[in-house]
Design a binder for this molecule. Structure first.
Ligand code: HEM
Length: 509
């Protein structure tokens, strides 16, 4: 009652004065906190409410490059209510990237936020799951990848132009679907059907609309950074951001619906399968113990989503950039093809097997150099829930560190002439290698430490297999050698388009 009396006695000017004082109080507190922060590093000055978003339009790579160049290898920025430390030098990474089961200081990638809640990634899967307890026991085994037999018959005299970026996204998409569901989704076949007069007929009960399916997962991953760096207000009302977020949320609904359908179909299949039930095992299942109870649909969906967003576009874009750089370096291409021909001789049937694939040391060097010069992962974050020491400084709880992968991969102190594509930096047979290769933490396309990419070996095997099959069998050239790769920078760097001309290789007799 007393509060009501006070409020009703206020005039409009009083409300105005209260508003102005509240605003000034907020601004004062904001800058007081800013100017008294521990370990002040240089970085763009944050403004109240908008922080550093006046420099950030959603292109994380450009933003990182800009502030790295201007403020150095250890600098800071503020976005979405958080102080963030940008690390662009390997020197500071040892503690973060050295795995230790005894020290989980740098275990958490990102803290809980309403942004990932809205994007549907909180508490599910592992990529954005801040709940360490739930992460235990994941990724015990990845299963065996069953690569099919191949033969090398180049009888046809033909050539086609295709968009390599689009084709390979479908290839990696099919690979991941096969890996996680055991079923073939035919997204690649549907791409052939778009371009070829000869149509592939296949029933595709798993995925109704391949075109939309591939694009939707790619966009889902691309859009993740909008929910990391933009607060609720910006996501809803900031011009230039709100429309993208609206699209991303609709896309999220489609992605979830598609995954839910896959789960529903699989559950039905399992129900219809005659199996003997192990009553003893069922007795041990407790309702809340995540390691013994069956997963809920939402948890399964989280894991499927992780596999799609981590394993499809990362792989596809890495292969597209690799193709781009190889096509621009004829001597690298020739050396690579010569090596492939020695291990997998032309016109000889072969099996792609691990033992032979790891003999391709130069191809391995080429893949590493392509991942260095254009790392598809841009931002690898770590959040500390407790105060800790790093790079000679004590950091307060709640700080987020962002490893600027492209900055680290092009740091001139570790990579001389970083803009030059030179696989010899990684080629073990090269005598100068020790002078050329960077330090232990200067090459981190798969992150590192306790949260290192668990799919890295699968990725390298898939990549080298593609290199053997594509470059060993076909002549691949860019349609336009003068066009730079068409990229879109979001949570990862996406190669939007890479028109190539392909024809069967003519082997010398
Ligand atoms: C060239 C391809 C790939 C690249 C460049 C890549 C890169 C990365 C990076 C940078 C991280 C973050 C690591 C960190 O925080 O330290 C990561 C995490 C992850 N990657 Fe990959 N990745 C690739 C392929 C794959 C594949 C094929 C899979 C499997 C399907 C996969 C599954 C994952 C998962 C599940 C995580 C999260 C791990 C965790 O949260 O602990 N990735 N990847």
């Amino acid at each position: 009652m007393a509060i009501y009396n006070i409020i009703s006695s206020l005039k409009i000017t009083d409300f105005f004065i209260i508003f102005v004082f509240t605003f000034l109080g907020y601004v004062f507190r904001f800058y007081y906190k800013y100017f008294t922060r521990p370990n002040p590093f240089s970085g763009p000055l944050p403004f109240p409410f908008i922080e550093c978003s006046y420099l950030y339009d959603g292109d994380t790579k450009n933003f990182f490059t800009l502030i790295n160049k201007k403020y150095g290898d250890l600098c800071e920025y503020y976005l979405n209510g958080k102080r963030r430390i940008l690390i662009s030098s390997p020197e500071c990474l040892e503690k973060i990237l050295t795995p230790s089961s005894k020290d989980n200081t740098f275990m958490i990638r990102l803290p809980h936020s309403e942004g990932y809640e809205e994007y549907g990634m909180v508490g599910r899967g592992i990529i954005i799951n801040h709940d360490i307890k739930k992460l235990e026991g994941y990724w015990k085994s990845l299963g065996n990848l069953n690569l099919s037999k191949d033969n090398l018959k180049n009888e046809n005299d033909w050539q086609i132009e295709i968009d390599m970026a689009e084709w390979v996204r479908r290839f990696t998409s099919d690979m991941i679907v096969i890996l996680i569901t055991g079923k073939r989704p035919y997204t690649m076949a549907s791409y052939y059907n778009l371009h070829s007069p000869v149509k592939v007929t296949c029933s595709n009960p798993l995925i109704e609309d391949s075109e939309r399916f591939v694009k939707a997962f790619s966009d889902y991953l691309f859009g993740l950074h909008f929910f990391i760096y933009f607060g609720y207000f910006s996501r809803r009302y900031q011009p230039g951001i709100k429309d993208t977020v609206k699209y991303l949320l609709n896309n999220r609904d489609y992605v979830f619906e598609t995954l839910d359908n896959i789960i529903k179909k699989r559950r039905k299949e399992i129900e219809e399968m005659p199996v003997e039930r192990d009553m003893n095992q069922e007795k041990n299942i407790t309702k809340d113990d995540i390691s013994t109870r069956p997963m809920t649909d939402v948890e399964i969906r989280g894991n499927l989503l992780d596999a799609f967003i981590a394993g499809v576009d990362t792989m596809a874009n890495t292969f597209s950039f690799l193709t781009y750089y190889i096509c621009h370096s004829p001597h690298v291409k020739q050396k690579m093809i010569d090596e492939i021909d020695t291990i997998f001789p032309p016109n000889t049937p072969y099996n792609l097997n691990y033992v032979d694939l790891i003999k391709l040391e130069y191809c391995d060097a080429v893949m590493n150099e392509a991942s260095r010069i254009m790392s598809v992962a841009v931002d690898v974050p770590r959040y500390i829930p407790n105060s800790c020491e790093l790079a000679g400084y004590r950091w307060e709880a709640g700080t987020t560190f962002h490893m600027n992968i492209n900055g680290i991969h092009s740091n001139e102190n570790y990579w001389p002439n970083p803009e030059i594509f030179d696989p010899d930096r990684f080629y073990k047979k090269n005598d100068d290698m020790n002078n050329k290769v960077g330090s232990k933490f200067s090459f981190i396309p798969f992150g590192g430490g306790l949260r290192v990419c668990p799919g890295r070996k699968l990725a390298m095997i898939e990549l080298v297999s593609l290199v053997v099959v594509i470059f060993g069998k076909y002549d691949v050239e860019l349609v336009d050698m003068n066009a730079p790769p068409k990229t879109k920078n979001g949570a990862i760097i996406i190669c939007e388009e890479l028109p190539v001309r392909i024809r069967p290789r003519k082997y010398s007799p």
